[in-house]
Design a protein around this ligand. Structure first.
Ligand code: SAH
Length: 615
């Protein structure tokens, strides 16, 4: 299975006819889905056979799957699923693929269930047309009800349907973002309907809706024709101290009471912080487990160094630091005393124990996600030359990082709401560092290189930078998607010049001493390798290619065929078939790959051919 599909699993695929089964069987393997077929069809490997009516069977597996993909007539699917649908925040995603696999349709739960997103990924995989009818998708806007998911935000109260429909009608909606990442704002289309900031001062703009992004829990009164929703980025760390044996229920009660008193949203809790001797405190562990919150613990000698407003000598005597709740909240928020939103509060109960709590705010939200790095080769330059797996990974990522020119090429693969970060061509290291930073934070980051990412591309740089940071090999997770490298792309445009042993040599001396490059050129020329030259000539680096000709002329016939392929598979592609003695009479630049034939390579009617063997 290609991992971009993992977040959607378990996926059930249902097909009832031989044609649909054939179409969907291999898709199931690619995306890690289970194929369900009726017992009267001959079963293939890895299929689940069902007895009786599909209607009953579907009811029995409905709640066990996140996604259903039907290879049936859409009308039949609508009838089958309609009694099972409840509401869009909990229904599974439903997709339909026509039996020949020409169209993929997002039918139900487009946003929160991920059907729109998955439809686009499967369309790449099958090389077919995605049909997505949701309005915001087609306005190229992120769905407002999924906006914060990449950053781990939690959805709060509000009328989500009403605000979504305002947006899809192009009505102006006010966004008041108090905390959390603003990355999502950077790549909105120019005609987006959001107005950022407060409106009281701007009487000209009339809003019908409001989106709050904050740690505050707002109670929305229902107003006629004015709708509100709220997202909660997880930026609050609750520092907890308690006496041994304090119950989970008292901890929960304390947190709820204090959050309510200060109008804070418990959905904005990043995690719980305490002193390390509490890492086996049963009630605390249970609370964290039930609420799916991380527990960060700190030793007394770290906590003692943190300035707090309410130190206690009694606590100091007991655990070796004058503060647990305040100091651990501040430590977890990675901040200082001014990040403390709520200073120490004590809640006691006669038979359940006692809890102290303090709340600190961190500047960066906790995503609660494990980041991924997709290192992707996008091929020489046309969409048709990118592998389906690479396309899927690009569309799936939260963030795409690359050189601006290559990012333009893959624009059609972008999904509304993705963060796109373009860097100038020279800033490879900054690209790698930024990608790692975002992945360590929890995002899925696609780093794109032209050609293959592992051949003079970004893959090596990213892995090197990870290694420098003592990467454990797993977190962030790395997956590499190969691409067609320039030497293959260029060769395919001129014939079959690489039919015998060949090598690639880059003439760029930015990271490799020229002395080393020279030695390799001599070796390749001498040992009769077909040689592909990358980075042959820049505006300032012009002597190297002259040296190449000189060295090869020493060992090969001046008539040896040479191909100069510039911008293969791009609109401005230019191909020149020439010879060793004449190659320098043509334009050679940084968009060109030079292929020098071996001693038996020949040209025939405009085709460059290297025989498979030597005579
Ligand atoms: N990772 C890339 C190579 C990057 S080095 C790959 O695998 O192809 C950059 C060099 O690649 C350029 O100087 C040029 O020599 C070659 N190149 C890149 N795109 C090309 C294209 N479309 N046609 C011909 N050569 C190309």
């Amino acid at each position: 299975m290609i991992s971009p599909f993992k977040p959607f699993c378990p996926i059930a695929v249902i097909a009832t006819t031989p044609q649909a089964i054939k179409t969907l069987h291999s898709l199931c393997q690619q995306i890690g889905a289970t194929l369900h077929v009726p017992s009267h069809q001959t079963s293939l490997d890895n299929t689940q056979v069902y007895q009786g009516s599909l209607k009953d069977y579907l009811t029995s597996i409905w709640s066990q799957n996140r996604v259903f993909i039907f290879g049936l007539a859409i009308g039949a699917v609508v009838r089958l699923i309609s009694p099972l649908l409840q509401n869009k925040s909990s229904d599974p995603a439903v997709l339909v693929i026509d039996p020949t696999g020409k169209f993929v349709i997002s039918l139900c739960s487009g946003h929160q269930g991920g059907a729109d997103h998955l439809t686009q990924l499967i369309a790449h995989q099958l090389n077919t047309i995605p049909i997505i009818t949701g309005a915001t998708n087609n306005l190229n806007l992120p769905g407002i009800d999924i906006l914060g998911l990449p950053f781990g935000w939690r959805k709060g109260e509000g009328n989500w349907t009403a605000v979504s429909s305002l947006i899809s009608r192009g009505e102006k909606v006010q966004v008041i973002q108090e905390v959390g990442s603003t990355l999502w704002q950077d790549h909105l289309p120019s005609n987006h309907p959001f107005y950022f900031g407060f409106s009281e001062f701007n009487k000209d703009v009339k809003f019908l809706g409001q989106i709050w992004i904050s740690a505050t829990k707002r109670k929305f009164l229902s107003e006629l024709n004015f709708y509100k929703v709220q997202w909660h980025p997880r930026i609050l760390w609750a520092g907890i101290g308690c006496i041994r044996g304090t119950s989970e229920s008292l901890i929960e009660k304390t947190i709820n009471e204090v959050f309510q008193k200060y109008n804070l949203a418990t959905d904005a809790i990043a995690g719980i912080a305490t002193i390390d001797i509490k890492n086996n405190e049963d009630g605390l562990l249970k609370y964290c487990q039930n609420k799916q919150l991380p527990l960060k613990t700190f030793p007394a000698d770290i906590l003692i160094k943190i300035q707090v407003p309410n130190p206690s000598t009694i606590v100091q005597q007991e655990v070796g630091t004058p503060s647990v709740a305040e100091a651990s909240a501040i430590a977890a928020a990675n901040s200082s005393a001014d990040s403390l939103l709520v200073s120490k509060q004590i809640i006691q109960s006669e038979n359940e124990g006692a809890v102290t709590i303090a709340i600190a705010k961190s500047s960066l939200e906790y995503t609660g996600r494990t980041g991924k790095l997709y290192l992707i080769g996008t091929g020489p330059g046309s969409l048709a030359q990118i592998t389906p797996a690479a396309k899927t990974a690009i569309t799936q990522a939260d963030v795409i990082i690359g050189y601006s020119l290559y990012l333009d090429l893959i624009k059609p693969l972008q999904r509304p709401g993705q963060v796109i970060e373009a860097f100038p061509i020279t800033q490879e290291k900054r690209r790698a560092t930024r990608a790692i930073e975002l992945a360590q934070w929890g995002l899925t980051v696609a780093v794109v290189s032209s050609g293959d990412c592992g051949i003079y591309g970004m893959a090596g740089l990213v892995l090197e930078e990870l290694q420098k940071r003592n990467w454990d090999g797993n977190t962030p997770q790395v997956e590499i998607f190969p691409g067609i490298t320039s030497l293959q792309a260029s060769a395919s445009r001129v014939g079959a010049p690489l039919m015998h042993d060949f090598c690639a040599i880059s003439l760029s001396d930015l990271l490799t001493p020229w002395k080393v490059i020279k030695k390799r050129l001599v070796a390749a020329a001498k040992e009769d390798f077909v040689t592909a030259i990358y980075n042959p000539q820049s505006r300032t680096r012009t002597q190297q290619i002259i040296y190449v000709q000189e060295v090869f002329l020493k060992y090969r016939n001046p008539k040896t065929p040479v191909a100069l392929v510039r911008s293969a598979y791009r609109p401005d592609e230019k191909i020149t078939l020439t010879s060793l003695e004449e190659m320098l009479n043509f334009t050679i630049d940084m968009l060109t790959t030079v292929i020098i034939g071996n001693s038996s390579t020949y040209n025939h009617k405009g085709w460059m051919i290297t025989p498979r063997g030597y005579d």
